[in-house]
Design a protein around this ligand. Structure first.
Ligand code: NAD
Length: 495
């Protein structure tokens, strides 16, 4: 039994947990609720308000009102930045509480949430708050015969739909630039992991963000998510999740001509040349594919290993993967927690089955994992497959701790092999020959090419995907702030 922080106990005791709309904590207008589970125990963690069309409408209306009247959009940029810094400071202060909520709801190791997810969200708020202070909002235009200028103003109401793998981190990545630009937001978190978003709204209230600037509607994708995507009151939309749902959201927004950002799935490759420290690279990639139980959109799941080092690499990778400590998120020894749901476990095991039936060979079997004392949790073991590049496990996103090994002996061919993927989020090249590493990194088609590392995120370094992995500008870069500022030209003939 985990010892809960008293603040977490208090937060969870106010069930059903309410939504945050127009600065008020409200139940769903229908009175309906849904359950979110602790994936490490397989038991109900909390009942949460199940928002629907009417609740989304109320939230968008509140956000429109706040955009027009709260002063958020028009206040001096520095004042807005001060509030965002206050929110970031509160996040840091409550880091352990948020990390515990995140660990309970997502299943991830609490230490990882405290070391990465939570502080990274706070830093994103600070990055965009500071950037907004130094961003020009009016530029004179030198045109003959006119007094002309461009002003850059916020759009209005921005909708955000998020997935379940990094709920708290992704709120920061998503809404920080929109808020810093002066927009108001409506957030629909994933139904599997709504808790840290609700807690985030509490912190926003405490930080003095005006009512209606940040709204949270909890609910299911097909109801609350779909209602948000098609709402005529939106001025922008951002969706993070699967390509399948991304398409639906983009279609709904397209019908209303609402500009949309899509941050979607991936099938990242790691290209490993024969001049590396084989053991160290195998360990790094084993760590990458088991981070967050493999539920990481950009992680390396296709391992393209030079044939000369293939056997040594596989030996080390299987040893490291096999030794991973699988366990409950609150246990400090845990390297890898459960996957988020029984459905997700079924998806991972189903892919292993399909892959083997399609001719792939298991180098490490994977399968269900039993964790003593947590028998009902959704645990899986890491798996390693090998085989043909056309195998379903080499092509499709599994979203679990599963990697697929292939070999190569030719630089051009391996580049072509990486680029056969329908996705385009992130790949990495591993070599001590930096000329070669840089050359190959530039030829891989994806939003991100990393060298001698996988999963690199930094504020100021744009992160986004192409092809099936998304479109619309990505996140974390300076350009993302501009994505949330609309250009308007003011002109007068000089007569
Ligand atoms: P998902 O697409 O199933 O769900 C994402 C969100 O969409 C959830 O909030 C869900 O409720 C909502 N939704 C579902 N149906 C909807 C509908 N009809 N209309 C509107 N909204 C709807 O994705 P998931 O399973 O939660 O997350 C996993 C996926 O997210 C993976 O593909 C992963 O790669 C991707 N992802 C991408 C990034 C990135 O930055 N590129 C980051 C994290 C996750």
């Amino acid at each position: 039994m985990t010892t809960l922080n008293p603040e977490v106990t208090k937060f969870l005791s106010a069930q059903p947990l309410k939504m945050f709309v127009g600065g008020r904590w409200v139940e769903a207008q229908s009175g309906k609720t849904f359950e979110t589970l602790d994936p490490g125990e397989g038991t109900v963690l909390a009942k949460v308000a199940a928002g629907d069309v009417a609740d989304v409408d109320a939230a968008v209306t509140a956000a429109r009102e706040a955009f027009r009247k709260s002063g958020w959009a028009t206040m001096p940029v520095n004042d807005r930045a001060v509030i965002l810094h206050r929110l970031a400071d509160l996040i840091d202060k409550r880091k352990e509480i948020i990390a515990q909520i995140e660990s309970l709801d997502v299943g991830k190791p609490r230490g990882q949430a405290a070391a990465f997810d939570v502080p990274h969200a706070a830093q994103t708020l600070r990055y965009y708050a500071d950037l907004s202070v130094h961003t020009r909002r009016r530029e004179p235009i030198a045109v003959s015969g006119f007094d002309a200028r461009t002003i850059r103003v916020p759009y209005g109401v921005c909708g955000f739909i998020f997935p379940w793998n990094f709920p708290f981190l992704l709120i920061g990545w998503g809404i920080a630039p929109a808020l810093a630009a002066g927009n108001t937001v409506v957030i629909k978190p994933a139904e599997d992991t709504p808790l840290s978003t609700i807690y985030f709204a509490k912190l926003a209230e405490e930080a003095g963000v005006p009512p209606g600037v940040i709204n949270v509607v909890t609910g299911l994708g097909e109801t609350a998510g779909a209602a948000l995507a098609r709402h005529l009151g939106l001025n922008r939309m951002s969706f993070t999740g699967s390509p399948e749902v991304g398409r639906l959201v983009a279609e709904a927004c397209g019908k209303n001509l609402v500009p949309t950002k899509l941050e979607l799935g991936g099938k990242g490759a790691a290209v490993i040349f024969d001049d590396v420290n084989v053991g160290a690279v195998a360990d790094s990639l084993a760590g990458a594919v088991t981070l967050n139980a493999g539920q990481v959109c950009c992680t390396a799941t296709r391992w393209l290993v030079h044939e000369k080092i293939r056997d040594e690499f596989v030996k080390q990778a299987t040893a490291t993967l096999g030794a991973m400590k699988i366990g409950y998120g609150a246990n400090p020894d845990t390297n890898m927690g459960p996957v988020v749901s029984e459905k997700q476990r079924g998806r991972v095991l189903g892919y292993l089955d399909k892959g083997v039936k399609g001719g792939a060979k298991l180098l490490l079997a994977g399968g269900r994992a039993e964790v003593q004392g947590h028998e009902r949790g959704f645990y899986v073991k890491p798996a390693l497959l090998t085989g043909d590049p056309g195998n379903v496990c080499a092509r499709e996103e599994i979203f679990g701790p599963v990697a697929y090994v292939m070999t190569f002996n030719d630089e051009d061919k391996v580049i072509d092999l990486v680029n056969t993927s329908a996705y385009g989020l992130a790949n990495s090249v591993w070599s001590n020959n930096l000329d070669r590493a840089n050359r190959v990194a530039e030829k891989l088609v994806a939003g991100n090419s990393w060298i001698n590392a996988h999963n690199i995120f930094a504020h100021g370094m744009p992160y986004g995907g192409c092809n099936l992995s998304g479109c619309g500008g990505g996140v974390l870069g300076p350009e993302t702030l501009s994505d949330y500022l609309r250009n308007q030209t003011i002109a007068r003939p000089l007569v």
